[in-house]
Design a protein around this ligand. Structure first.
Ligand code: MN
Length: 298
């Protein structure tokens, strides 16, 4: 079966003194894996004696943000009143729906290293306008296999289900590979894997931290060998066309143009994030060309 190696690009998050992230989705050659539409990998970064992550209040629509850490901690605040510290092995899941704003930062007295991912899940049309919601999941299900251990973050894998809220059939899991690990997959899902640390042989390819390996659909199982922590993403191929622009997912150009204007006007739609020591992010210049809804492949 064919695979595609999606090499990420480096992006500076949160201004000139911000953190460097490697963005593998959306990619020039592929925009989504299931409903997963955004993959930012950061760290491991030495933040000892530094402010660390400082992402000022900013809006989202039409998606869920998934925060997952390998090391360190992040403090989340949002405009529906949530304030939540997360640590490795825990999930912070924010459903933006119609509109929400949040900030994410390294808390005072943070540890010396920050290492993690920020992922987005696109909402399907019938759920795009849901009320905003935030969930913290500190007790995710773990299953041991010969050759490794699987933590189910979102959705279901091999009958083990996370209770995190989902809107399309998807899976997100961390695989701790220690030897040779074989897991069953849903053949109607497409999948991709990202090595967090270590190295693993995946379907004959040696995969190291950096790129996202797209595995396509039609697989009944996946075998990984080595010593590595690996992120598995998958889902039913996303059938709808969407527009992604700045922090927004929408049905069309008007959707995201309206969201941008509402944020710029400080409309009630996004609320206010309390407690962040700094200004909110300014809305970027509006799109200069008409944004065309696109499907999961370019
Ligand atoms: Mn965000």
């Amino acid at each position: 079966m064919t695979t595609e190696l999606l090499v990420g690009r480096e992006v500076v998050l949160g201004g000139t003194r911000g953190m460097l992230v490697t963005r593998t989705l959306p990619h020039r050659d592929r925009r989504m894996v299931g409903a997963w539409c955004f993959v930012d990998r950061y760290g491991p970064e030495d933040i000892a004696g530094r402010s660390g992550m400082r992402v000022a209040p900013h809006p989202h629509t039409g998606l869920q943000t998934v925060s997952w850490l390998l090391e360190g901690e992040i403090l989340h605040r949002d405009s529906i009143g949530s304030e939540q510290l997360i640590r490795p092995g825990q999930l912070n899941l924010m459903t933006a729906g119609h509109g929400i704003a949040h900030s994410e930062e390294s808390p005072p007295g943070h540890g010396p290293v920050l290492d993690g991912v920020q992922l987005w899940v696109a909402l399907p049309a019938q759920a795009r306008q849901v009320e905003p919601d935030f969930g913290h999941h500190a007790d995710l299900p773990v299953r041991r296999y010969p050759g490794g251990e699987v933590t189910v973050i979102m959705g279901e894998l091999d009958g083990v289900a996370s209770d995190a809220r989902t809107f399309t059939p998807i899976v997100g899991a961390q695989l701790a590979v220690d030897g040779e690990l074989t897991i069953p997959l849903r053949s109607d899902f497409e999948h991709a894997v990202l090595v967090f640390d270590g190295a693993a042989t995946v379907e004959g390819d040696e995969l190291k931290p950096g790129p996202l390996l797209y595995l396509g659909d039609g697989r009944e199982r996946l075998t990984l060998a080595g010593q590595a922590r690996v992120l598995l993403l998958g889902g039913e191929p996303f059938a709808e066309k969407i527009v992604m622009w700045w922090n927004f997912v929408g049905a069309d150009h008007e959707d995201v143009a309206r969201a941008r204007a509402d944020w710029a006007a400080q409309a009630d739609r996004f609320g206010v994030v309390h407690g962040y020591d700094g200004d909110r992010l300014a809305a970027p210049v509006p799109p200069t060309t008409r944004l065309v809804p696109r499907g999961r492949e370019r």
